[in-house]
Design a protein around this ligand. Structure first.
Ligand code: NAD
Ligand code: TYD
Length: 333
């Protein structure tokens, strides 16, 4: 199979590429990535000879057609992925998630691609107080990030329905692990803890997230790509739900720091209280999560401790300015 993987220089896309090449060394991979602040070539280090890398945007029709020509399937990870950045300015989110997805879908149709997979998120369902979202739950997104992701999902369904495109959607819950850009809760707190910087907890810290180990999500996407039924949605909820404050305490313990580093800060506007996602339909395809949160967090902290070469340029670059804008204080160091 020859796969076009968009957004593969990011956190989950790069893990997916590694998973596919490990499991099926004969597969060919073409990458299309715009290399935003979150897209890093070093995420694919060691695989340079095994992939064809195109620097380009999914909203650029010519770049998309060039990269997609001859591919059997498309897996779209390309996204602006951070809720707080979407609250600060949503245009880039609309361009990538709505226009970009449209351009990809049109090209997939015109070039006769056999299968299109859209990577999406539990955030399109909004917040849930009790119970768990299934694939039948209505979409009720609450941030510009999740609203534009939901729009992308609806376009995928519309193309499947109207033009018969063989498309599937795979929605994951909060994902964590190596190579996640440090704007997200877990890597942000790990790096702050290691630097003895305060760990910013939004609001009362009692919001609940459903955590999924990145390699488990990557395997699920690959299973849905190969086994999922045309036109269907598959949810991939992780095995553990935790309050943010317990995640932060776990990070402090794993980093050997005490709770005096916790700092409660102003809440995120419109902050979703709880996410909870089913995985039964994906399990029925033969997938199972392998890594529980406690073990995954240990592995994540160990990876960040051992890979300063990866995060040091980030922490001393654009991220430093972002952090000051977002948190109103400078990072240590
Ligand atoms: P990320 O921010 O780490 O990576 C996004 C990648 O997309 C980067 O390499 C970036 O350069 C690229 N990109 C952005 N805009 C582009 C464009 N217009 N054209 C081409 N490339 C572009 O994100 P991630 O955490 O790896 O998320 C990947 C996908 O998984 C996203 O669709 C996201 O919505 C979804 N998802 C993420 C999570 C999570 O917890 N991180 C959970 C569920 C679903
Ligand atoms: P995040 O990693 O941004 O993922 P998402 O918003 O997609 O769930 O945030 C996870 C949770 O952690 C979310 O409830 C917001 C909270 N959070 C903080 O309390 N402090 C922070 O500095 C960040 C980035 C997030």
């Amino acid at each position: 199979m020859k796969l076009l993987v968009t957004g593969a220089a990011g956190f989950i896309g790069s893990t997916f590429v590694r998973t596919v090449l490990d499991d099926r060394p004969g597969d060919e991979i073409v990458v299309l990535d715009k290399l935003t602040y979150a897209g890093r070539r070093e995420n694919l280090a060691g695989l340079e000879d095994r992939i064809e890398f195109h620097v380009g945007a999914i909203e650029d029709r010519a770049a998309v057609r060039d990269a997609m020509a001859g591919c059997d399937a498309v897996v779209n990870f390309a996204a602006e992925s951070h809720v707080d950045r979407s609250i600060a300015g949503e245009e880039g989110f609309a361009v990538t998630h709505v226009i970009g997805t449209t351009i990809l879908l049109e090209a997939a149709r015109e070039l006769g691609v056999d299968r299109y997979l859209q990577v999406s998120t539990d955030e399109v369902y909004g917040s849930i107080e009790d119970g768990t979202f299934t694939e039948a739950s209505p979409l009720d997104p609450s941030s510009p990030y999740s609203a534009t992701k939901a729009a992308g999902d609806l376009l995928v369904s519309a193309h499947a329905h109207t033009y018969g495109l063989d498309a599937v959607i795979c929605r994951g819950s909060n994902t964590y692990g190596p190579r996640q850009y440090p704007e997200k809760l877990i890597p942000l707190c790990v790096l702050n803890a290691l630097a003895d910087d305060p760990l910013p907890v939004y609001g009362d810290g009692r919001q609940v997230r459903n955590w999924l180990w990145v390699e488990d999500f990557a395997r699920a996407i690959d299973v849905v790509l190969r086994e999922g039924a045309r036109g269907e949605v598959y949810n991939v909820g992780g095995p553990d739900e935790l309050e943010n404050i317990d995640v932060v305490r776990g990070i402090l313990a794993a980093c050997g720091r005490d709770e005096s580093l916790i700092e409660y800060v102003r809440d995120r506007p419109g902050h979703d209280r709880r996410y909870s996602l089913s995985a039964d339909k994906t399990r029925a395809l033969g997938w199972e999560a392998r890594v529980r949160f406690e073990e995954g967090l240990e592995r994540t902290v160990a990876w960040y401790r051992q890979n300063e070469w990866w995060w040091e340029p980030i922490r001393s670059g654009e991220y430093r300015e972002y952090y000051e804008r977002q948190y109103g204080r400078a990072l240590a160091g």
